[in-house]
Write a protein that binds this ligand. Structure first.
Ligand code: ATP
Length: 364
């Protein structure tokens, strides 16, 4: 992982061990997402009372918000074993049949990125989910025969970052569907306090607030920034994470006060400085920042749009009034941003906390 990836919501392979050590293990350790937690608790407890595996569970939401953690928690709360696989790993229906037919009664099967499962395997999943039965086809062509095999009652937990890509028949077979939302600053501070305690890092309230505000509403990013700030605190100070240390450390990693990284700021800066705030086409904008259009569109823009800093319009990309304010610039009279600021749909463009609405504020 490079410094440029420090606010990526995806896990780097080398982060797996530390992520595992920071995972909440029980529902009551899982911070935030109150409604989902409450619903899951009722689902799990009622299944236990009836001594039956709970309905299949679909968890959707952006990366790094806790879907894998929740899947593990479901198994732990049920006292069940969990088998873990992912959509891309199941290339042939035989791969899935091999997993399904070796499940024990009550096991949890977790399929990450379930929207990427191959179609024949998905069709096999339908009957497994509904009737706890699979037809395994042996042989090819006219001589092929389907052998029905029983599957022990199990609970499938599917996770997806792209629930819109799930087919209707698959989605309909989940009895419980939950969407995870980005976390507010207070919940991220609690995530940071918990992680700091596990990692043996001393952190004060203002230090946690400073990191939370730059974490893009995502626990995975909060935990990663905590580790980078801890390193800085150990090398440059006395090891304690304070507000000043967090600020200085995250300046080194070029993560600004609302969580923008170097590329995000370069895009906004080009939009404002070179194109008067837009509208400008994606490919022109990409040339201006020296990146591929796909990188600008898929890496930088999603967060800039979510943060209310950039708008995608039919005529091209436009910097919002909040973007101008974030860069400390004033939009020229008559520009789209000046007109939008005049009609004041934005709460207070001088306050970056307002970029995210109440639930996702930058640290004060
Ligand atoms: N609610 C939470 N409370 C405490 N820690 C959390 C919470 N949610 C996520 N985390 C932390 O964030 C990290 C990432 O979580 P997790 O792997 O469960 O996310 P994910 O949604 O499955 O991501 P992906 O879609 O990339 O697989 C974990 O190490 C965990 O410590």
């Amino acid at each position: 992982m490079t410094a440029d990836d420090v606010v990526s919501a995806y896990a780097a392979p080398e982060e797996r061990d530390v992520e595992t050590s920071l995972r909440p293990r029980q529902l009551d350790e899982f911070i935030g997402q109150h409604r989902v937690r409450e619903q899951l608790e009722v689902l799990l407890r009622s299944a236990q009372r009836r001594n039956r595996p709970p309905d299949h569970i679909l968890l959707s939401g952006p990366p790094g918000l806790g879907k894998t953690s929740l899947a593990m928690i479901v198994a732990a709360e049920l006292g069940s074993a969990i088998r873990v696989t992912s959509g891309p790993a199941i290339e042939r229906s035989g791969d899935l049949a091999a997993v399904l037919t070796t499940l024990a009664r009550g096991d949890v099967l977790f399929i990450d990125e379930i929207h990427r499962i191959a179609r024949p395997a998905e069709e096999l999943l339908y009957s497994a989910m509904e009737d706890f039965r699979v037809d395994v086809v042996v042989g090819k062509g006219p001589g092929a025969t389907a052998i029905p095999l029983d599957v022990e009652p199990f609970t499938l937990v599917g996770a997806t970052t792209r629930s819109g890509l799930l087919t209707g028949p698959l989605r309909d077979r989940f009895g419980f569907v939950a969407h995870l939302d980005f976390y507010g600053a207070a919940d991220l501070e609690r995530v940071l306090d918990r992680s700091a305690a596990i990692l043996g890092v001393r952190i004060d309230t203002a230090g946690a607030a400073e990191i939370a505000g730059r974490s893009r509403g995502t626990p995975r990013i909060a935990n990663r920034l905590l580790r980078r700030v801890r390193d800085y605190a150990e090398v440059r100070a006395d090891g304690i994470v304070t507000e000043d240390i967090a600020r200085a450390a995250l300046a080194v990693y070029e993560v600004d006060r609302v969580g923008l990284d170097r590329l995000d700021r370069a895009v906004l800066d080009a939009l404002v400085s070179s194109f008067g705030g837009g509208p400008v086409g994606l490919s022109t904008l990409a040339v201006a920042v020296g990146e591929e259009p796909g990188t600008v569109e898929e890496v930088a823009e999603p967060f800039l749009v979510r943060a209310g800093l950039l708008a995608r319009t039919p005529r091209g990309r436009v910097a919002t009034p909040a973007a101008w304010a974030h860069l400390g610039r004033t939009p020229p009279p008559g520009s789209p941003a000046a007109l939008a600021a005049g009609s004041a749909a934005v709460a207070d463009p001088s306050d970056p906390g307002d970029l995210f609405g109440g639930s996702f504020r930058a640290a004060p």
